[in-house]
Design a protein around this ligand. Structure first.
Ligand code: NAD
Length: 518
């Protein structure tokens, strides 16, 4: 798959080397079970973030292509919804096996297009795989409820039924995990699905689609379109789409939530974050510093659960110099063995992150470790920023208010836990947080008082396993039903409730029952 990068020796099904006169391969659409070349005249370059070399082009699908994809989803829906839940489960059981067998290949694609290290890319696939494995328990998850004998000879029961065609819009930072939060859960419930991957990292989704087809998913149950605003507007507006799953920035998420909801769709939107790690002076120091550094700088800080803000409480303030020493030891590189973090996704992302670091200096903070000037040997054109630590940060500073989404840890200090809680709850975002302490009562108090979706106690990146749900409060989430777990099943299904009467004796009414039944 890495051959796609510059010299295409053999094109995988979803890439084509032939449609442009240049040697840059193009990504296909997936419509009606076929990988098809787009007829679009609008294309977006895909770059390797470690080199900025153009490694492919992705089309902005035409209106006719998007219509064909939706028509395919719609055509496939009745038969797929009618397929027994056991048969749908079988497809997913084969799928989880194929993902395991191809995990390294998917990870290589992620590293190529997204830039994260290979080990981290494998983690990206693995966390998505866990959702697929969980979707295999659909036979329990989709059970309805029953209440026998609500009155004489009368029973009440409910079914969980699919909605129809659902759609997903994904971000660049988890090219495998986040699409896998979406279509496997939706499809195992009997929905068909239209996926729009991030235009910057389409490769993993395309390979995942091929594997799903190889697992026996019927043609049309999953369709893939590519593009940006037009594709997003098409999804928000199309009357045949019943529900939209979105993960990405607040700007896009709030827009999609409002536009999709206006058209009567269910929308779940997971959005931005500013995650605080609160460090108590009684914490295990070495463990905490390693956890903080790993969670702040891993994936170059491009995780919605990156621990991008440290709040040092009381005597823990003295740990700052050691925190810096731990961060200095991280190795910045591309897909090389031993690399701890890779590049940012685009030169624009690098520029934005550097500007936010600059703003810290201008607004009175101190840069204790500066990664702006880093050069990585052999990858001089890549979008690298080294680990950066900004201290003396105050809540009114730009570098605190904005989601930086880069390898930058901003550090605040407080005297008490109560002050730390106040800071966390005053921040507009409520995605993830962690407390580091050896005191159970402190941990319990923190977990109960913070208004944040995911809370870690001595766990820096508390992404819930898929039998739970990935949540988020305040500006980090719009909607009312979350991703995966029981909530995911709820999002992708609707209830039908049946009240049924079977009498042994003659049930003929002697006169019309005009009064409301009680
Ligand atoms: P993004 O919002 O730029 O892109 C996400 C998707 O929306 C893409 O498919 C893109 O094509 C589309 N899009 C982008 N701008 C749009 C616009 N103006 N109108 C309509 N559609 C648009 O996000 P990104 O940069 O790919 O991802 C990073 C963001 O995602 C960060 O803010 C991060 O915190 C967030 N994120 C959140 C979670 C979570 O679960 N809370 C998980 C991962 C990433």
């Amino acid at each position: 798959i890495l051959q796609v990068s510059s010299k295409v020796k053999s094109s995988p099904t979803w890439y084509s080397a032939s449609s442009f006169s240049s040697s840059v391969p193009t990504v296909k659409l997936f419509i009606g079970g076929k990988f098809v070349e787009s007829k679009s005249d609008k294309w977006i370059d895909i770059h390797n973030p470690a080199t900025n070399e153009v490694i492919g082009r992705v089309p902005q699908a035409t209106k006719a292509e998007m219509d064909a994809a939706i028509a395919s989803c719609k055509r496939a829906f009745p038969a797929w919804a009618d397929t027994s839940v056991l048969s749908r489960q079988q497809v997913l059981l084969r799928y989880q096996q194929l993902i395991k067998e191809n995990l390294k290949e998917i990870a290589k694609l992620i590293t190529l297009e997204q830039g994260k290290t290979l080990a981290d890319a494998e983690g990206d696939v693995f966390r998505g795989l866990q959702v697929v494995e969980h979707a295999c328990s659909v036979t329990s998850l989709m059970m309805g409820e029953t209440m026998p004998s609500i009155t004489k000879d009368m029973d009440l029961y409910s079914y969980r039924l699919p909605l129809g065609v659902c759609a997903g819009i994904a971000p660049f930072n988890f090219p495998a995990m986040i699409p896998l939060w979406m279509f496997p859960m939706a499809m195992v419930c009997g929905n068909t699905f239209l996926m729009k991957p991030s235009e910057r990292v389409p490769g993993a989704t395309m390979l995942l689609a091929k594997l799903l087809q190889d697992s026996g998913a019927p043609d049309g149950t999953l369709n893939i379109i590519h593009g940006q605003h037009e594709a997003v507007n098409f999804i928000c507006d199309h009357p045949d789409i019943k529900a939209i799953s979105f993960v990405g920035s607040n700007k896009a998420g709030e827009y999609i939530f409002e536009r999709g909801s206006r058209h009567g769709k269910r929308v779940q939107a997971n959005m931005g974050a500013k995650n605080h790690g609160v460090v108590m002076p009684d914490a295990n120091k070495e463990n905490t510093l390693n956890q903080l550094v790993g969670a702040a700088f891993g994936a170059a800080g491009q995780r919605c659960m990156a621990l991008s803000t440290a709040v040092l409480v009381g005597e823990a303030k003295k740990w700052l110099p050691e925190l810096v020493e731990h961060a200095k030891n991280l190795r910045v590189n591309a897909d090389q063995p031993g690399a701890d973090l890779g590049p940012l996704i685009t030169p624009q992302a690098k520029e934005r992150v550097c500007n936010l670091i600059d703003s810290g200096t201008k607004e009175g903070a101190s840069i204790l470790l500066d990664g702006r000037k880093i050069k990585v040997k052999g990858y001089e054109n890549g979008n690298f920023v080294g680990p950066t630590i900004i201290s003396n940060v105050k809540p009114n500073m730009t570098c605190y208010k904005e989601e930086i989404f880069g390898p930058v840890l901003v550090v605040l200090e407080t005297e008490t836990l109560d002050e730390a809680i106040q800071i966390v709850n005053n921040n507009p975002y409520g995605n993830g947080t962690a407390i580091f302490t050896t005191n159970g009562a402190t941990a319990r108090k923190y977990a109960h008082l913070v208004d944040v979706g995911q809370v870690g106690v001595n766990v820096p990146i508390p992404v819930p396993l898929p039998m739970f749900s990935f949540t988020g409060s305040r500006s980090s989430f719009r909607g009312d039903t979350n991703f995966y777990g029981k909530q995911g099943i709820q999002f992708y299904t609707q209830l039908k409730t049946i009240t049924s009467q079977w009498k042994e004796e003659d049930a003929t009414l002697s006169s019309p029952a005009v009064v409301m039944p009680t």
